[in-house]
Design a protein around this ligand. Structure first.
Ligand code: ADP
Ligand code: ZN
Length: 209
C-alpha cells in the first residue's frame, strides 16, 4: 500500500502516520523528521535545509525529491509506505508520480484556528521525535525514550503563520491535483487522534488493493 497524507501543519499527519504504520506494517517516511535529523547531525543536507526549515519555508524541490527517492529504495518500503509531509508542491507530486503509483491520498482537514492552537502547545522529543501536547502531557521528558522535550524552532508563532501561508499557496493545490486522479479521500482531523484514525481505517478498508 502506498499512501500520501496531506494536511496543514498541525493537522495530525505524524500521529496518523504512526498509527497506520503499526496497523498495516508500512514504512513511515516523514520529510520533516528527515530534515530535523540531518540538521541535528550537521550533515551537508542539514546545513542547506536549516535556514529554510527554521523560517517555515519549503526546502527546494530538487533536494527533497532526492531524499525521498533514495528513502523509497530501502528494504522497509517493500510492503508499502506512508509519506508524511511529501509531496508539498506540484513539482514534487509530478516527480513522485514518475517513480511509483499511489493507492490513495488521505487529506486531513482541520481549521486554521485549531491548527494554530495545537502547534503552540506542541513539544517534541530530542531523542525520538515523538510529539506531545502540553494540554495532555505536562512532563519535560519523553515517556518513550527519556529524551528532553523542546519547542521546535518553526513552531514559534510568527513561523507558524508563515507555514500556514506556504501551505495554502504551495501545498493546497495538491488537493485538486489528486482529486483529478480520483485518489483523494477527506477525513475530519478536528476531533481526536482516535476518531481521525477510525476514518482513516475506513478509507483504507474500501481500497481495492
Ligand atoms: P509540519 O507538517 O508540521 O509543517 P514537517 O515536520 O512536516 O512539519 O516539516 C517541517 C519543515 O521541513 C517544513 O516547514 C519545511 O521547511 C521542511 N519540509 C518538510 N517536508 C518538505 C517538503 N516535502 N518540501 C519542502 N520542504 C519540506
Ligand atoms: Zn523520545
Amino acid at each position: 500500500m502506498k499512501i500520501v497524507l496531506l494536511g496543514a501543519p498541525g493537522a495530525g499527519k505524524g500521529s496518523q502516520a504512526e498509527l497506520i504504520k503499526k496497523e498495516y506494517g508500512l514504512a513511515h517516511i516523514s520529510t520533516g523528521d528527515a530534515f530535523r535529523s540531518n540538521i541535528a547531525r550537521g550533515t551537508d543536507i542539514g546545513k542547506i535545509a536549516k535556514a529554510y526549515v527554521e523560517k517555515g519555508m519549503l526546502v527546494p524541490d530538487e533536494i527533497v525529491i532526492e531524499i525521498v527517492k533514495e528513502r523509497l529504495t530501502h528494504d522497509d518500503c517493500k510492503n508499502g509506505f506512508i509519506l508524511d509531509g511529501f509531496p508539498r508542491t506540484i513539482p514534487q507530486a509530478i516527480a513522485l508520480d514518475k517513480i511509483i503509483k499511489l493507492d490513495c491520498v488521505i487529506n486531513i482537514k482541520v481549521d486554521n484556528e485549531i491548527v494554530t492552537n495545537r502547534i503552540s502547545g506542541r513539544r517534541a522529543c530530542r531523542g525520538c521525535t515523538q510529539i506531545y501536547h502540553i494540554s495532555t502531557y505536562s512532563k519535560e521528558t519523553c515517556d518513550k525514550c527519556g529524551g528532553k522535550l523542546y519547542i521546535r524552532e518553526d513552531d514559534k508563532r510568527e513561523t507558524v503563520l508563515n507555514r500556514l501561508e506556504v501551505y495554502s499557496k504551495e501545498t493546497a493545490p495538491l488537493i485538486d491535483y489528486y482529486k483529478d486522479k480520483n485518489i483523494l479521500f477527506d477525513v475530519d482531523g478536528s476531533t481526536s487522534i482516535a476518531h481521525t484514525f477510525e476514518q482513516v481505517k475506513e478509507v483504507i478498508s474500501k481500497l481495492k488493493i
